[in-house]
Design a protein around this ligand. Structure first.
Ligand SMILES: Nc1ncnc2c1ncn2[C@@H]1O[C@H](COP(=O)(O)OP(=O)(O)OP(=O)(O)O)[C@@H](O)[C@H]1O
Length: 891
């Protein structure tokens, strides 16, 4: 008796069994599984794919149970893949590894590529003006504040390595904005605590993060016996981070990395220290405001992607080496003085395209024929650039000229081998030039002239044999044949092979005909195959030129940035800053590079002078009403110094600068509050980090520090900080202090290197007009109420606020009582340099009144009238009439 089929037993199809196997190897990835002409996703992946891509989700019967299914045609991969990755998915692409055939039940499949935000090489996932870094952070043992960081842009081959305390690594993460960070699984929580949760994290097993394993990975990549040559041999944690990246790449099918030819040390002693708050506050790379413009956007006049990407690095890494900065200035000067040279170079640079990313696609096997052609166009454009630079008398430009190598052999070979405008897709043919390969030429000849060749054979054989009625025909059974009518059949030569006898004719085949037939019938396929072979050979041949092409790309990037500085200077009337050995900052008629470009037509930016020097005017205390331009002044001072040290000219009439080594900015009541901490706490933490890191060459901007707390605390803290910066006995950092606590002007009288300034305004009746000029001397009252009035605050409130202010001011016991910082330590344990003064005895303002609790009886009436209103029952006309009634009450 046959066994009854067990109810509910499931038989998984071979395809789904194969899927399950592949998926088990990549559990954390969304698997695109190639089935014929489709990429399919199953189960949870299908749900995610359908949601992200808006494609239809169906189900597939998988032996008794339904599994979710969503798919798209293979040729749409380019469209859908970037969308999946941008949505934050790791995507594994599983291809069919062999051609389907009748004998095989199921074709072999395997994952050929894993794409994540940090592993993108697809143009649709990349921004040509920004690098796309994959990072790794390695931790020291225990709780030590020391980390290794590596950054790799797989799309350009740039590989960087650094080591240092958490605030340094944090600053680098802010500057380089990696798209993905590989972290030791066991330290992920710590990572999130220290560096925040704003990154795309990929946790990996603990064993990878060991010295021996990672070092071996690096040595193998660089084919070296030591890492000394790269200057990273002493950086154990940096090496661990870099090696872990190499491991990660291997496990994500990124094995051909010949374009990663070196690793560079990011040395923090070469660049101005900007912590992440400063990079953010100065809006160097990004602006948090909706229509805000970051500095880099104003500065960027580059015309090549290499220049665009390099400029972003120059902006966050201003130099400390005076010679290097001055040599950039000298190049900019020579371009500013030679408009023709500037324009010619600009024109040639525009032809270069993304040389760096093009060459990186060569080892990755992702380069298409048209891209190779543009590689040669780019190299050809180097020739005139080289010549133009050789004709200058600037040593840096001459050096770039010497080093530029247009690689004529590469250009020549590409031009010889590829068609002038080759197809983008290799599988469509039309890539290799005519005349390059005899076999290919013959095949093409056949497809173009097949019929003529057959006619030629027919004619020749007819003449040779005297069979005048000889014909060539074709059938599906034995292909091309010669047909001879019975009348001539005795004249058929012996070497012809008879294939068929008809009533009135004989059919023959010949060796020659069969060879030609084979060629004609297979020519198309063979052409594609031959083109593929030749193209692959060309790509492999090109690999030997990766390094020289990368070198050219780097030189082009530099040149482009320097030209961009010159264009910036020309278009905006910037001047060359003068650097000297002093520790001074002297800015004459400085402007804010971004705000001046943002002003409405007809409005002019008001320039200002700012002078700081540690021995005289070390701290400038700027008071002035809100909106008067205090923050702009602070920021423009820092931006001018930083731009000067990037090598750029600056928005001012004249600038003399002793190099600055660090810029700190702190903005009171900053809106970037990390979770769980109060605004004030954040502000104090930030300020504490400044206090521990200042040097004589540092520039500090403190904007409304202390604003995040009550007036008492705010003034006290701001006071104590100012005192400390002035009198800590160790360093005299140059400081700009903006505050609306006019009480702080008192410090100017007490401490010799604190000078009071105010941003001038003109009071006109009840209104104020902003003159925006920085003038010596403090201002003696606050202007918050004026600003409230300007903002359209109801008249009643403004009047009431004025009364309260008057009341408070009358209760304000003398100014001396301000310094509520008794006992504030000066950092060297010797107590404050200024004699602490009695605690402030401001009277607390009365608790805030609600708008309707004012003493004004009219408000009470309006309140009562409003309470009667039921908007839901009113027509628009009735609403208007009610409003009119209330306005009547007001009047
Ligand atoms: N020198 C200037 N010339 C022309 N416009 C300026 C100048 N300085 C500032 N502004 C304009 O005034 C606006 C307010 O400036 P800013 O934010 O610096 O004022 P603030 O005194 O710091 O105000 P708050 O205390 O409210 O932060 C700027 O956004 C800018 O549009």
């Amino acid at each position: 008796m046959a066994k009854a089929k067990k109810k509910g037993s499931k038989k998984v199809t071979p395809l789904m069994a194969q899927y399950a196997q592949v998926k088990a190897k990549h559990p954390d990835a969304l698997l695109l599984f190639r089935v014929g002409d489709f990429y399919e996703t199953f189960g949870e992946d299908a749900v995610k794919a359908a949601q992200t891509l808006g494609i239809i989700q169906t189900s597939r019967n998988n032996g008794g149970s339904d599994v979710e299914l969503a798919g798209f045609p293979y040729h749409s991969l380019d469209m859908y893949l970037p969308r999946l990755v941008k949505a934050g998915h790791r995507v594994a692409i599983c291809e069919q590894l062999e051609k389907p055939s009748k004998e095989k039940k199921i074709v072999k499949r395997g994952v050929t590529e894993i794409v994540t935000p940090g592993l993108a090489v697809n143009d649709k996932l990349l921004d040509h003006k920004s690098n796309n870094y994959l990072a790794c952070v390695a931790f020291a043992g225990g709780k030590k504040d020391h980390f290794g960081l590596s950054l790799l842009d797989i799309s350009t081959g740039e590989f960087l390595c650094a080591e240092g305390p958490s605030d340094y690594v944090d600053k680098l993460l802010q500057s380089f904005q990696p798209k993905e960070i590989v972290v030791n699984k066991g330290r992920k929580k710590e990572f999130l605590n220290i560096f925040g949760d704003r990154f795309y994290i990929t946790p990996r097993d603990e064993w990878i993060f060991t010295t021996d394993y990672t070092q071996e990975k690096l040595l193998r990549q660089f084919n070296a016996v030591s890492l000394k040559g790269f200057g990273v041999d002493k950086m154990e944690l940096g090496q661990i981070a870099a090696g872990a990246i190499m491991h990660y790449l291997e496990t994500t099918e990124n094995k051909n990395l010949q374009h990663v030819t070196r690793i560079n040390r990011l040395a923090n002693d070469r660049y101005v220290w900007l912590d992440r708050f400063t990079i953010r506050n100065l809006e160097l790379l990004h602006s948090p405001h909706d229509n805000g413009v970051p500095l880099v956007q104003v500065m960027d006049h580059t015309v090549t992607p290499m220049g665009g990407r390099l400029l972003r690095k120059w902006v966050v890494l201003p130099l400390l080496d005076q010679k290097a900065i001055e040599s950039r200035h000298a190049v900019v000067r020579s371009f500013v003085e030679n408009a023709v040279l500037l324009q010619d170079l600009d024109e040639h640079l525009r032809k270069i395209g993304d040389l760096e990313r093009l060459i990186s696609k060569v080892p990755l096997g992702k380069v298409n024929p048209r891209e190779i052609r543009s590689l040669s166009d780019a190299l050809c454009a180097l020739e005139p650039i080289k010549e133009l630079l050789a004709g200058t008398d600037n040593p840096v430009l001459k050096d770039i000229s010497d080093k530029l190598d247009p690689l004529p052999a590469v250009c020549g070979e590409i031009n010889r081998q590829l068609m002038e405008s080759p197809a983008v897709n290799l599988n469509k043919g039309g890539v290799i030039a005519d005349g390059y390969d005899p076999d290919l030429d013959e095949l093409r000849d056949i497809t173009r002239n097949g019929k003529a060749m057959l006619a030629g054979i027919q004619q020749r054989e007819a003449e040779r044999t005297g069979i005048s009625s000889l014909k060539i025909g074709f059938n599906n059974v034995f292909g091309y044949y010669l047909e001879v009518t019975n009348k001539y059949k005795n004249q058929a030569p012996e070497e012809w092979t008879r294939k068929q006898t008809l009533t009135n004719a004989e059919r023959y085949i010949t060796e020659e005909l069969k060879v030609l037939e084979d060629k004609i019938l297979n020519a198309e396929d063979k052409i594609l195959q031959r083109e593929e072979e030749l193209y692959e050979e060309l790509v492999i041949w090109l690999q030997q030129y990766i390094s020289p092409v990368q070198h050219n790309a780097a030189l082009v990037g530099q040149l482009d940035c320097l030209l961009s500085f010159a264009k910036l200077a020309n278009r905006n009337r910037y001047v060359e800053p003068v650097l000297d050995d002093s520790k001074d900052i002297e800015i004459v008629q400085g402007r804010h590079p971004v705000i001046e470009k943002q002003l409405a037509v007809g409005e002019a930016y008001v320039p200002n002078d700012v002078s700081l020097d540690p021995e005289g005017q070390q701290i400038i205390m700027i008071t002035g009403p809100n909106m008067s331009g205090k923050s702009a002044l602070l920021r423009q001072t820092a931006l001018i110094c930083l731009m000067a040290q990037m090598g750029s000219f600056v928005p001012a009439e004249r600038v003399r600068l002793g190099l600055i080594d660090r810029v700190f900015t702190r903005v009171g009541a900053s809106d970037n509050i990390s979770s769980g901490e109060s605004t004030f706490m954040v502000e104090m933490n930030e300020t504490a980090s400044i206090m521990n890191n200042i040097t004589d060459r540092s520039l500090i901007l403190l904007d409304e520090i202390g604003r995040g707390t009550s007036t008492f605390d705010g003034i006290s803290i701001a006071w104590a900080i100012a005192e400390y910066l002035h009198s800590n006995g160790k360093t005299k950092p140059k400081t700009l202090f903006a505050t609306h606590y006019h009480e702080l002007n008192e410090l100017g009288d007490r401490l010799e290197r604190i000078k009071n300034y105010h941003v001038s305004i003109k009071e006109h009746g009840n209104k104020i007009i902003f003159l925006r000029k920085l003038m010596p001397g403090g201002s003696n009252h606050s202007f918050g109420i004026h600003v409230a009035q300007m903002a359209g605050m109801p008249r009643e409130i403004v009047r009431r606020a004025t009364d309260i202010l008057a009341q408070l001011e009358s209760q304000h016991i003398e100014q001396d009582a301000v310094g509520a910082v008794a006992g504030a330590d000066n950092g060297n344990g010797q107590g404050p340099a200024v004699k602490p003064v009695a605690a402030n005895t401001f009277t607390q303002p009365a608790p805030q009144l609600s708008i309707f609790e004012t003493v004004d009886p009219t408000a009470g009436k309006i309140k009562a009238a409003l309470e009667e209103v039921n908007i839901n029952n009113m027509t628009p006309i009735e609403c208007m009439m009610k409003l009119q009634e209330m306005l009547g009450l007001l009047e």
